[in-house]
Ligand binder design. Structure first.
Ligand SMILES: [Fe+2]
Length: 310
């Protein structure tokens, strides 16, 4: 267990039940890590999640931790056709009810005011997550603000994620992470190579596999790693908190897809992930060894890695 989780578990000893309702925690335990599940939480009136606190946060975050655009997007959105307004992030937060925008504030757990909150939530999850998928890695928290009726297009994310609805309503439609008719092996491999926009092509035929969550303030949804989804905001401004983490399990899967991508570029068709566990383990061990060596070589010559990959 990392120090942050340990400290937060100590801090949360004084809490009666925590930020997630105990029955919801039992449902989470039954679903984690593979299945999506709806949960209930108690963060709705937290002072750090009110609009004035979020405007102050947007004003002090580094520029590259804030992304925004107009929210009138399609589920099947062309990433090159997304527009944004010229305004200061704090002003976009204050006027979210009328400005038509979608905004994400990234890595808010790096802000001292929010670190303890994120630690405490993860500590409440730890008795479920740590035995199932290993220690929390690359923990990150995001705040999403969206104008009425904004759409977050079809995409998938590389982390385990719990999305907490703080204000407003939204409809979240989730698709299975392991259906090759929705996301092919080649798409998984390209995703882990990085460099592509996160939005993916959507086919309405995918809806036959979908699970829909109608979220209001006090609701949350656990989203499994790389479960594709899109989100439609309701008729009022929406505030959502997303707490994410990687795990030993998600790290192994990512390494496996990167090795399979390399094999494919060499003209070899790799066996599907999970079909041959011993071969998968050998690929993962090989990837770790090669990355350790190349990392050491880069450090020796003072070069940094500049490509972002999942
Ligand atoms: Fe997402």
């Amino acid at each position: 267990m990392d120090q942050g989780t340990e400290r937060a578990m100590q801090d949360s000893n004084g809490m009666d039940d925590g930020w997630i309702d105990p029955p919801a925690l039992s449902a989470f335990a039954a679903a984690y890590p593979a299945r999506a599940v709806g949960l209930a939480h108690r963060l709705t009136n937290h002072p750090l999640l009110r609009l004035d606190a979020l405007a102050a946060l947007a004003g002090r975050l580094p520029d590259d931790h804030v992304e925004h655009s107009l929210g009138n997007l399609a589920v099947d959105q062309d990433p090159d056709a997304i527009a944004r307004i010229a305004a200061h992030p704090a002003d976009i937060v204050r006027t979210i009810a009328d400005n038509g925008c979608w905004m994400v504030m990234k890595k808010i757990d790096c802000d001292p005011a929010y670190t303890a909150l994120v630690d405490t939530i993860l500590a409440q999850l730890a008795p479920v997550t740590l035995p199932a998928t290993g220690r929390h890695q690359r923990r990150e928290a995001f705040l999403f603000l969206s104008a009425p009726d904004a759409v977050t297009p079809f995409h998938m994310d590389p982390e385990h994620n719990i999305l907490f609805q703080i204000a407003g309503t939204k409809t979240m439609r989730l698709y299975p992470a392991d259906d090759p008719a929705i996301v092919s092996a080649e798409q998984h491999e390209a995703f882990h190579r990085g460099g592509r926009h996160r939005n993916m092509r959507f086919d309405p035929a995918f809806d036959a596999q979908a699970e829909t969550f109608m979220m209001a303030a006090g609701d949350a949804v656990y989203v499994p790693v790389k479960a594709p989804h899109w989100v439609q905001n309701g008729p009022t401004p929406s505030i959502s908190l997303s707490i994410t983490w990687r795990s030993d399990a998600s790290d192994r899967a990512a390494r496996l897809h990167r090795v399979n991508h390399r094999l494919r570029t060499l003209g070899v068709t790799p066996s599907p992930t999970g079909a041959a566990p011993h071969r998968d383990a050998a690929k993962i061990a090989c990837h770790r060894a090669v990355k350790a060596l190349s990392g050491a070589a880069r450090r020796a010559v003072g070069r940094r890695r500049d490509r972002v990959a999942y």
